[in-house]
Design a protein around this ligand. Structure first.
Ligand code: ADP
Ligand code: MG
Length: 633
């Protein structure tokens, strides 16, 4: 036995840190050891190709073997890869070459919740999270002597000669005893081990094998009224499926394959609406398999929902939900990204790493957008279904970025329209009449409500199309977008619709001035409720309507006041009166002869206008009683 050697100082600190659980997912140790075994076999294969080794190494003979011995609390991971010499054992397992992850951890408090090992690879050491002692017996390919490396953690390690027939490495973990908070026993059960292989290492290129005990019905028992009896049978199972679907050629795959994979992997019962399978090379090299679900997940609109894609490094899962890969407005996308650029192995530099991820994220965002646009063009029905389910999210994307994402996202938007059905903005613009200056919109809780709004009269009269905004976020979104290629969005309730001729405007203005006293009186009567009472340019048949001045519309007030702390949001309301309606003449004469009744009429007209807008009125009983009084006259 050789003397016990200490770990290099940095390694020691890192090891301590790890064992003291900076990392909560202890289970990833298995992924790390399996990845190392896979690497060792890759290296051997590569070497044999290079020096044409006589003992031709065939890939098909290579395998990783797992063994469980519950009583001895041992888990063994063996490979027939390249193995390690005594010196390599010492150098590779005794040092952490570059402790980039340690520096990172120290500089970044937030790194607490980062998958340190997965991202920056301190692979082998993770074994100590679950093992009280680790024994590595290894024989390097092409050498005659095997060596054993052994350690119980921070205190150090020993290296000595050992017995082993063929090249490769056998790692034995003596699993820790359970503590009050931690269950280590589970790492000794075939069920858990199988689950971990499936979860993290399913796409390792070499078979991962394990002997599993099965019970087999003994022949002649269990039928004809005989008690069933069982024999124990050991079966060697291959636990991983080895070839990731996303690495296969698209031509090999059918829709059903994609859909089945989606349902298995993401626990959905319904086929996805769309899959996107892409392989990208260049500034970022990665494969991606993305899905747009047909329905929003049940928790999509709750606080618990976490967006993100699974992240793989060369077929090995390193993160279950990488949020940085998806912008919020595409948070409904599920799927995975596999990149060789993201090393599972020990830290290339952190920053570079990060930048790579950003490039991939950008590229993914673009491809989602392109696929959605393709769908919009080629399968309108499907696209409309998609937009009905997830469109709100995209509108929020525009609103929340203060319109900064508009160039990227506005093509994806759809709105209901007075033309029937839904339209894209581009389609709307293509239908605009020559003399039409604006893209008109009207807001309300439903299409039928909007259709009956008096404010739409004038625009409709001109034969111009109106976007019907029925989603809460719609108007906020349009406000942020401001215009489409110079064509401004215009509410049918806006002050100036761009439809009235100068003469018409003059005429109304004069009429308004001629009756200044009346309008001052009405405005005074409704003070605190409306900012002004005015003659309307937009009403043709209806007597009154409510519009607003300023940034906040009546519809926006409705939305905001339904939100917590939103009660203060008030639109600057204008009560508009149709100059051609008999009620205007009536008001004029009442103002001359019976001011009190004129005042009451102002109240009634205001309440009516609110009702038309779908707004609550302050005192329904009083309103109704007043109407009855008039009816009884
Ligand atoms: P990384 O895999 O990121 O290099 P690890 O801590 O996982 O870091 O492993 C350290 C090194 O130990 C590996 O780079 C490799 O050289 C060596 N090693 C670990 N496991 C094996 C194995 N099963 N066979 C051969 N070499 C191994
Ligand atoms: Mg490793």
């Amino acid at each position: 036995m050789s003397e016990t050697k200490e770990f290099k100082a940095e390694s020691k600190r890192l090891l301590e840190m790890m064992i003291n659980s900076i990392y909560t997912h202890k289970e990833i140790f298995l992924r790390e050891l399996i990845s190392n075994a896979s690497d060792a076999m890759d290296k051997l294969y590569f070497k044999s190709m290079q020096d044409n080794s006589a003992e031709a190494v065939t890939r098909s003979d290579m395998a990783i073997t797992l063994e469980l011995d519950k009583d001895a609390r041992k888990l063994t991971i063996s490979d027939n890869g390249i193995g390690m010499t005594a010196e390599e054992l010492e150098n590779n397992l005794g040092t952490i070459a570059q402790s980039g992850s340690f520096a990172f951890k120290k500089d970044n408090e937030k790194a607490e919740d980062v998958d340190i090992i997965g991202q920056f690879g301190v692979g082998f050491y993770s074994a100590f999270m679950v093992a009280k002692r680790v024994t590595v017996i290894s024989k390097a390919f092409g050498t005659d002597t095997a060596f054993m490396w052994q350690s119980e953690g921070v205190d150090g390690y020993t290296v000595s000669e050992a017995e082993k027939d063929s090249h490769g490495t056998v790692i034995t973990l003596e699993i820790k005893d359970n503590t009050e908070d931690e269950n280590y026993d589970e790492f000794l059960t075939p069920y858990k081990i199988k689950e971990l292989v499936k979860k993290y290492s399913d796409y390792i290129r070499y078979p991962i094998k394990m002997d599993v005990e099965h019970e087999k019905l003994r022949e002649g028992t269990g039928t004809d009224g005989k008690e069933p009896e069982y024999d124990k049978e050991i079966v060697t199972e291959t636990l991983n499926s080895q070839i990731p679907i996303w690495k296969k050629a698209k031509s090999e795959l059918k829709d059903e394959d994609y859909n089945q994979f989606y349902k298995d992997k993401f626990y959905d019962y319904t086929d996805p609406l769309l899959h996107i399978h892409s392989k990208t090379e260049g500034t970022a090299t990665y494969s991606a398999l993305l899905y747009i679900p047909e329905k929003a997940p049940y928790d999509y609109y709750s606080k618990n929902f976490e967006k993100g894609l699974q992240l793989y490094s060369s077929g090995v899962m390193i993160m279950e939900k990488c949020a940085d890969l998806l912008p919020d407005y595409f948070s409904f996308v599920r799927g995975l990204v596999d990149s060789e650029d993201l090393s599972l192995n020990i830290s290339r530099e952190m920053l570079q790493h990060d930048r790579q991820l950003k490039i991939i994220a950008k590229s993914i965002e673009k491809s989602i957008k392109n696929e959605l646009k393709k769908l919009q063009k080629n399968d309108r029905e499907k696209y409309e279904k998609f937009f009905e389910t997830f469109g709100t999210q995209i509108k929020y994307g525009i609103y929340e970025s203060y319109g900064m994402n508009k160039a990227d996202l506005q093509d994806l938007l759809m709105f209901k329209t007075s033309n029937g059905g839904v339209t894209t903005l581009e389609e709307y613009v293509s239908r605009m009449k020559e003399e039409q200056k604006y893209i008109y919109f009207a807001s309300g809780s439903s299409v039928s409500r909007i259709e009956s709004l008096p404010q739409t009269e004038l625009v409709r009269d001109k034969g111009f199309e109106i976007l019907y905004l029925t989603d809460h976020v719609d108007e906020f979104c349009l406000q942020m977008m401001h215009d489409l290629d110079g064509k401004e969005y215009k509410s049918v309730s806006a002050d100036d619709l761009g439809l009235e001729t100068e003469e018409e405007k003059e005429e109304i203005k004069k009429e308004q001035e001629d009756n200044k006293d009346l309008f001052d009186f009405l405005t005074e009567k409704l003070s605190g409720k409306v900012k002004a009472v005015k003659l309307s340019q937009r009403l043709k048949n209806h007597p009154v309507c409510i519009t607003s001045e300023g940034a906040l519309s009546v519809e926006m007030e409705k939305v905001l006041s339904a939100m917590p702390n939103g009660e203060g949001a008030k639109a600057e309301k204008i009560l508009e009166i149709n100059p051609n309606h008999a009620i205007f003449g009536k008001l004029k004469s009442l103002y001359e002869n019976d001011k009190e009744t004129a005042g009451e009429y102002a109240d009634i007209l205001y309440s009516q206008a609110l009702l038309i807008e779908g707004m609550p009125i302050e005192n329904p009983v009083e309103f109704s009683n007043k109407i009855c009084e008039i009816m009884a006259k």
